[in-house]
Design a protein around this ligand. Structure first.
Ligand code: FAD
Length: 399
């Protein structure tokens, strides 16, 4: 009997675990190497669009994710001070248009669902990938402790500061955007007078605040963006003084001020922009998720795209079982144009969300409002091609 194709996945985050599920489902011999001593996520939420939920459906995990998530009836776009509704999207419409509704989930809960279904023996923890190589019939990964492994394919799913990407293509050159981001998770019960009435994005001068419930509605996830060219530290886990966001958004809607007053811990990081990279694959090594297409968080698509990658990678390898380098090219061909377009749209959205001139902001809001009414199937911001995608369908392979 022919031996199974061996796939080494470097990185056990959202993308790596999704890929591992998808590859196991297709019968590959998968091993995941994670740098941390345990599979663990930062305390924050993640919004999963219809495209991500279709990835979970393809892996048989949709219900398990929905069981720990929150699903509101509507998603709102609101004006920062007055709370005026700019647009409103119904979950039922998303189900009808895209074949699945999105939801929001605590990252730790999502990773629990993704990792609990993986057999323990396919995980190596505390394994920090350092270098990769590919020759002829084999790919290698070398770890920081000097260990080496070989496989038929190595997949770099090791996040935004990917060692695999650097080893394949050299160091990247991120550009500081002059924008920063705060995040916090606040228990709903702690908010005086109750949480803001609507889940969604508040657009204001110099920034935006995104709030949504997670953990079946027990917690509120807050991501607050702002222009600030003085802070340049790119890390998701650096705490800041809680007074800073409270003061910074002191003029925003009263329900947001009440929400912020109940916060305890805030994290702050600087947003860096990276151009889409022109190549993901060399021989038997490729990258996925943030390692392949790091993007600004304005579309809430980083994790969704990583999930799409995992599903499509497994389908490509299944389609060309006797030609691993060809299958990795098929994966890249099928995924890179779309993910690169999402990177560029996220960049544009960052500019559009931070408009300072009241006139420009009014024009933006009116355009969104009008488009939503005239052409609801195109959406207020014209990006319905993102949720429409079904990463579980073989039709997405560019054969
Ligand atoms: C504030 C914020 C909000 C966001 N909100 C959303 C959202 O609402 N929706 C959405 O879709 N996306 C969102 N994203 C983006 C999303 O979190 C990322 O795009 C997603 O986590 C990428 O998954 P990944 O598996 O590629 O990388 P990661 O989640 O970063 O996982 C990488 C894994 O690799 C491990 N690792 C790192 N280096 C090595 C190494 N050398 N060797 C072995 N293992 C290694 C890490 O420990 C980690 O476990 C948000 C991001 C931020 C910062």
């Amino acid at each position: 009997m022919a031996r199974k194709t061996r796939i080494a996945v470097i990185g056990g985050g959202i993308g790596g675990c999704t890929a591992a599920h998808a590859l196991l489902q297709k019968g590959f011999d998968v091993h995941v190497y994670e740098a941390q001593p345990e599979l663990k996520e930062i305390g924050a939420g993640v919004a999963l669009g219809p495209n991500a939920m279709k990835a979970m459906r393809a892996l048989g995990l949709e219900q398990a994710v929905r069981d720990v998530a929150y699903q509101g009836d509507y998603q709102y776009l609101l004006s920062w001070k007055s709370g005026r509704v700019i647009s409103k999207n119904a979950r039922a419409d998303a189900e009808r248009r895209y074949g699945a509704a999105g939801c929001s989930v605590h990252r730790a809960d999502l990773l629990d669902v993704l990792s609990s279904g993986l057999p323990k023996e396919i995980l190596s923890l505390g394994a920090r990938g350092a270098e990769v190589d590919t020759h002829g019939n084999v790919a290698w990964a070398k770890f920081k402790d000097g260990t080496e492994i070989e496989a038929d394919a190595v997949i770099g799913a090791d996040g935004i500061h990917s060692a695999v990407r650097a080893s394949l293509f050299g160091a990247d050159a991120p550009k500081f955007t002059g924008k920063i981001c705060y995040r916090s998770v606040i228990p709903v019960d702690a908010v005086p007078g109750g949480p803001p009435a609507h889940n969604g994005t508040w657009l204001g001068p110099h920034g935006a605040i995104v709030i949504y419930l997670v953990r079946r509605g027990e917690l509120i996830n807050v991501v607050a963006h702002h222009d600030d060219d003085t802070y340049k530290h790119e890390s998701w886990i650096t705490e800041c003084d809680r007074q800073e966001p409270i003061e910074r958004y002191g003029q925003w809607h009263e329900s947001l001020k009440r929400l912020f007053s109940a916060s305890q811990i805030w994290y702050k990081w600087a947003l860096y922009d990276r151009d889409p990279i022109p190549q993901w694959t060399k021989g038997r090594v490729t990258v996925l998720g943030d390692a392949a297409h790091p993007m600004l968080p304005y579309l809430g698509q980083g994790a969704c795209q990583a999930m799409e990658d995992g599903c499509v990678l497994a389908m490509a390898l299944e389609a060309m079982p006797d030609d691993v380098p060809g299958a990795l090219q098929l994966y890249e061909r099928s995924r890179r144009p779309r993910a690169s377009q999402v990177v560029l749209e996220a960049r544009a959205r960052g500019v559009d969300n931070h408009l300072v001139s009241p006139l420009a902001a009014l024009k933006r809001d009116a355009t969104i409002w009008l488009r939503q009414r005239i052409s609801p199937d195109r959406g207020g911001r014209g990006l319905t091609w993102i949720p429409s995608y079904d990463p579980g369908s073989r039709s997405v392979l560019v054969i």
